[in-house]
Write a protein that binds this ligand. Structure first.
Ligand SMILES: [Zn+2]
Length: 116
C-alpha cells in the first residue's frame, strides 16, 4: 500500500468530520472478503466513496478512472506498516487547526500521485 496522504479537501473534511488519512493500492491487488455492508456513494462526477451501512465507517474512495483505490488508513488493522507522507489539498484546510508535522504540503493534489 502507498504511504498515507492526509487530504484536507472540503469533501474529505465533511465526510470524515476532520481530514482524511488514506493509503491506496492497485484495485487489482485488493480483495474484499465480505462486502455485505459495503455501500457506495457517488460523491462527485469522478469518484465514489465506500462506506459501511451498519456502522457508517468511511472505508474507500474510488475514482471512476484510475487503477488505485484509496483506503482510509484508520480502518487498517495494526500493525499497519504504513507511514504518513504528505498533506494534499491544504488550500482547503479548515481554519481551526495547524499543519506543523514537517511533512510536504501541496495546495491541491501531489503531482506525483494524481488526485487519488
Ligand atoms: Zn480529499
Amino acid at each position: 500500500m502507498r504511504p498515507v496522504s492526509y487530504c484536507h479537501c472540503e469533501q474529505c473534511r465533511k465526510t470524515s468530520g476532520h481530514f482524511v488519512a488514506a493509503t491506496a493500492c492497485d484495485i487489482e491487488d485488493l480483495t474484499v472478503l465480505n462486502d455485505a455492508s459495503l455501500r457506495w456513494y457517488r460523491s462527485s462526477s469522478y469518484a465514489s466513496r465506500g462506506f459501511c451501512n451498519v456502522c457508517g465507517a468511511s472505508i474507500f474512495w474510488r475514482p471512476e478512472r484510475g487503477e488505485q483505490m484509496s483506503i482510509m488508513a484508520g480502518t487498517v488493522d495494526m500493525p499497519t506498516g504504513l507511514r504518513a507522507e504528505e498533506h494534499i489539498f491544504v488550500a482547503d484546510a479548515s481554519d481551526y487547526y495547524a499543519i506543523n508535522d514537517g511533512l510536504p504540503q501541496y495546495p491541491q493534489y501531489d503531482p506525483a500521485h494524481g488526485d487519488a
